[in-house]
Design a protein around this ligand. Sequence first.
Ligand SMILES: O=P(O)(O)OC[C@H]1O[C@H](O)[C@H](O)[C@@H](O)[C@@H]1O
Length: 320
Amino acid sequence: MVDRTKRPAEIPISPLVAAPVVSITHDNTRVVATLPRGDRVEILLFGANALSWKTGNGKEQLFLSDKAILDGSKPVRGGIPLVFPLFGPAQESHPATAKLPQHGFARNVRWEYLGKTSSESFAIGKEASDASVKIDFGLSPTEIDDKFKSAWPYSFGLTYSITLSPDELSTSLQVANTGTEAFEFQTLFHTYFATSDIASTHVTGLESNGFINKVPSPKQTAAANEPIKFSGELDRVYTGAEKDIIINDNGKPSITIKRNELPDVVVWNPWADKSKGMSDFGPEDGWKKMVCVEAGSVEKFSRLEGGETWEGQQIIKAHL
Ligand SMILES: O=P(O)(O)OC[C@H]1O[C@H](O)[C@H](O)[C@@H](O)[C@@H]1O
């Protein structure tokens, strides 16, 4: 009989720790990240446009038009389009961006997926439930086609980082001037949030800010000193906003937006007529289910000297 009294101690089997998973779709068009507790974000490489963000309870937090074009032939209607280096239509008064399309070129080009960084909780006695994952995308003149290069002939490097955490999504854009000549830019995260009914949605945090009311034509307007409510097309650029922005859905906070280096906030809902005029907007009454609250730096152009870097970030927290 074999003497088992001196057998080696059992090697403890470490508990299975679930970690965030990041995958690239087999057609190489999208990156998908999931957390062990179910939070999920999906990003189209074209425009580095987040298409979907679901919190751990499975709820979709972004609005994506069901007619959105996802084949790279035009910018995506919904999710989080990236606006850079111009917000709105080109203006002759700013010659350096006068040849660019509305909202610039970043949403019109395919970005490079640079990789992921996970922070997992492996500590004994701790759950993996606070794991988060950061995914990075890059854009430089090599990725943009000649028509954009000649319209904006600067040396630049953009790094866009999306961090998925439990019930939270952070988007951060780093702009580097890799040349010697200074350039000027505007930028914005054009986030389409899902809401259950625009008529019972209101936005707080901008009560004391003046704004440019773009409808029917741009007009500087004094602070309204009340929450933003929706009863028709609304398109406003709030400037110098310091407070956190809260989207309230049916009287309850649903989203909080915190910002770093992004002093302006655009609030937009196209309402029935304008959305009907957009060929990529659907369903027909989809405008009832969305509100754009767009954190950015758009009132003025920011100037970046050669060799300098700028970074702006929004952190979106979903209240469940
Ligand atoms: O149709 P797009 O070019 O995507 O622009 C959609 C909207 O973006 C922003 O919210 C602007 O303030 C609106 O004036 C514009 O209509």
